[in-house]
Every structure is written in C-alpha cells, then in structure tokens.
Design a binder for this molecule. Structure first.
Ligand SMILES: [Ca+2]
Ligand SMILES: [Ca+2]
Length: 189
C-alpha cells in the first residue's frame, strides 16, 4: 500500500451538525470526483503548489460563508451562493456552483488564485480600498485597480498607495480562465 501519496481532507462545519460526506458537500447524489469542484480538487492535489498550502477548508452544499486564516489555504465553498474570504496567505479559492462572492478585506491578503470564476460570481474589494485609503467611488476609472491578461488568466492589480501609483502595483489575485472584461465587470465594493 502506497500510503505516502494519500491526501486527507477535513470537512469543517457547525459542531451541532454531523460530519457530511465529500459527495454531499460537493453535489447531492453525485460522485464528488465527477463534479467541477472535485476535478479542481484533484488537479490541485497533483499540483506542486499544494506543498505551500497548509490545509483545506470546505463549505457545505448550501449558501455559506467560508473564511480562511492567516495561513495559505485551499478553500472550496461547495454549492450555494457563498462568500469566500481567504484572509492572508496565498489561498486557492473554488466557489463551486452558485453565485459566489470572493471577498478581500485588506491589501495584505494579496496573492490568491480563483480557480473557477464564472458568470454571476463577484469580487468584493471594499476592504482593500479602505486599507489603501481610497475613498472614491470608481477604483477602476481612477486607476487604483488594473487588470493584466496572462494567457487565459486575468491578474487583478491594486495600487497600494492613495495616489494610484502605477509603478508600484500589487498583484491582488489571479482569476484563472477569465478575461479582463468578465473580471472587471465583477468588481464590487
Ligand atoms: Ca456552499
Ligand atoms: Ca488564508
């Protein structure tokens, strides 16, 4: 038995609710490996970047808020209209089915990657703007948020000072398999 390659996932939730199965967390009546999230999980588990991630956090199959810690994490919120908050660290975020909101509360939470951004998903940056003392109403038009297409992915960049200095941009997050138009239309405060 080659136990060395096993990866153990922990399903975390309310203490009053008995532990759910991976199948039910991802999609009712489905083998978890056949779901988009399952595929993302398998791809992630076989990706070398997993070595830098300390743990995984899973949401339930209904709408919930899934919050990471200061550590680098794999966060997968399951079905439902979820809120994902990675916190500090270089987090890997998977929203699953539903209209999900990826929330960043501070520019010091930069470095995350969204694996499955889709129509209806939002990127909430109000906390980031507060952290750089941006007080305007259109951070994109004002040059505080910029976008860079890197292959199939879009990088969201933030100017970390209140002057919108383009020579000093921080890569806040990478949105995989999404173009600039889709990502820029999904930015909310
Ligand atoms: Ca969920
Ligand atoms: Ca984190």
């Amino acid at each position: 038995m080659n136990w060395r390659n096993d990866i153990i996932f922990r399903i975390k939730g309310d203490a009053s609710i008995s532990v759910d199965t991976l199948d039910r967390v991802m999609a009712a009546n489905k083998d978890w490996r056949s779901t988009n999230m399952g595929q993302a999980l398998i791809n992630y588990a076989s990706n070398p970047t997993a070595e830098t991630t300390s743990r995984s956090i899973f949401g339930f199959s209904w709408s919930d808020t899934v919050q990471g810690t200061d550590a680098s994490e794999f966060i997968s919120s399951g079905a439902g209209n979820d809120i994902l908050i990675g916190g500090k660290g270089t987090d890997i975020l998977v929203g699953g089915a539903g209209n999900d909101t990826f929330q960043f509360n501070n520019i010091n939470e930069a470095g995350d990657t969204i694996l499955d951004f889709g129509t209806g998903d939002m990127i909430k940056l109000g906390g980031v703007f507060s952290s750089i003392n941006y007080t305007g109403t259109n951070a994109i038009a004002d040059g505080f948020v910029r976008f860079q297409q890197l292959g199939a992915n879009t990088v969201v960049q933030v100017a970390p000072d209140a002057l919108g200095n383009v020579n000093n941009l921080v890569n806040l997050l990478t949105v995989n398999n999404s173009n600039i138009t889709a990502v820029s239309n999904s930015i909310i405060f």
